[in-house]
Design a protein around this ligand. Structure first.
Ligand SMILES: *Cc1c(COP(=O)(O)O)cnc(C)c1O
Length: 395
């Protein structure tokens, strides 16, 4: 893969909101106010008509705009090269994307099960007029292609440009759920995405302490439409969460590349033990398969993911163990990896995926890699595999 360029700029992360910051404080203030004093009538016309939500010079009510979410959105817009709006959660952003695009049909295959259920809820609201098709089906005008890449839970990547060309040729729209590959790993607009979605709960938040969703669009006009719809859906992120998000975004360029490097090293290391081989302290007969974008190679159409994943491979991936009993025990045999769902935080997490997705193979383990020392993480897994192998006799 090509040499890494500093495509995610730390200066942007620290200073893109300078112009919307009017106080003397260095760190952003925590404000939980829902409402703001009206201007004096002799200074400004009464009413909301002159309120510019994209560049507010004052705030009115926190369902419209407030200081820390405006600042976080400026930073997200800059580093995603578009116009970003925040929501209460990734799924709130997914619902907002459906309301905004009004698709005739949605093409979606695999990926995070929650998004499928959001589409079901939307369908219910539309009295089941919406048809859900497969990504490989033929597209028609008005289709929304919902492309998650890299995919939850395996962390394998899909060809964004292929689906962009396919849906655009049919007169439809491409949304990319890029949660698994935030900047600087992947920039879906470069490959033809019309809307980019993120669960900001994961890497943008990065500390397992806030829920957030993000939609990024290409024009300020479209952003204003989304903002207006968000105002009346009422699905904005809370004020405290937006403060936490702004705090986290300052270090995105330090966290994500480190998580990506750690994950790539671990996936490569684990892959030597796939097919049940013994390797470097990993006992024989435990690891069946390792999935990761760095391991997937070319697909049937000759495409491979390195160009689209220009800033490094995704920090979350999955392994398949040979027995479901091993997968049940492994998350509780580690010392640093915490047995929990979710991903993207600075601490590494390990999960038997069936614990939170009933459709998952019970042998599947999802690993979200944090910013710890990679040799410590290796040693943690090595010991845990050995412990699980010792328990083999009792299974
Ligand atoms: C977590 C996740 C979501 C949902 O985000 P929430 O913030 O939990 O609502 C959507 N897509 C993907 C790929 C995710 O991992």
């Amino acid at each position: 893969m090509a040499a890494k360029k500093p495509i995610l700029n730390g200066t942007d992360l620290i200073h893109s909101d300078d112009h919307v910051h009017h106080g003397l404080e260095v760190a952003p203030s925590i404000s939980v106010t829902t409402t703001f004093k009206n201007p004096e009538p002799w200074n400004e016309e009464i009413g909301l008509s002159n309120l510019d939500a994209w560049n507010p010079d004052r705030h009115v009510y926190s369902r419209y705009t407030q200081a820390s979410s405006t600042r976080a959105e400026k930073v997200l817009s800059k580093v995603n090269d578009g116009y970003a709006l925040t929501y209460a959660s990734g799924l709130a952003a997914s619902y907002a994307a459906l309301v905004h695009t009004k698709p005739k049909r949605v093409a979606i295959t695999g990926g995070y099960h929650g998004c499928h259920l959001t589409i079901e809820v939307y369908k219910r609201a539309k009295n089941a007029e919406l048809e859900v098709i497969d990504l490989e089906d033929e597209f028609k005008p008005g289709d929304l292609c919902w492309l998650e890449t890299p995919l939850n839970p395996t962390g394998e990547a899909r060809d964004i440009k292929y689906y962009a060309d396919k849906v655009h040729a049919a007169g439809g729209t491409l949304l990319v759920d890029s949660t698994f590959a935030p900047p600087p790993l992947q920039y879906p607009f470069k490959w033809g995405a019309d809307i980019v979605m993120h669960s900001g709960t994961k890497y943008f938040g990065g500390h397992s302490d806030l829920l957030c969703g993000v939609l990024i669009v290409k024009t300020v006009e479209e952003w204003k439409e989304l903002w207006s719809q968000r105002t009346f859906l009422g699905n904005m992120m809370g004020s405290l969460e937006s403060w936490l998000l702004l705090r986290s975004l300052r270090t995105l360029h330090l966290r994500v590349p480190r998580q990506s490097e750690n994950a790539t090293a671990l996936a490569q290391w684990l892959s030597h033990a796939s097919g049940g081989r013994a390797y470097d302290g990993i006992p024989a007969g435990i690891v069946d398969t390792v999935w990761h974008s760095s391991l997937q190679g070319k697909n049937a159409k000759g495409w491979e993911p390195s160009a689209q994943m220009e800033g490094g491979w995704n920090p979350t991936f999955a392994i398949l163990l040979t027995k479901k009993e091993y997968a049940t025990l492994l998350p509780h045999a580690t010392k640093y990896f915490i047995p929990a769902t979710s991903l993207g935080g600075v601490e590494s997490l390990i999960e038997q995926r069936v614990a939170s997705d009933s459709g998952a193979d019970p042998r599947l383990i999802r690993l979200s890699i944090g910013v710890e020392d990679v040799e410590d993480l290796k040693e943690d897994l090595r010991r845990a595999f050995q412990e699980v192998a010792k328990a083999r006799a009792k299974l």
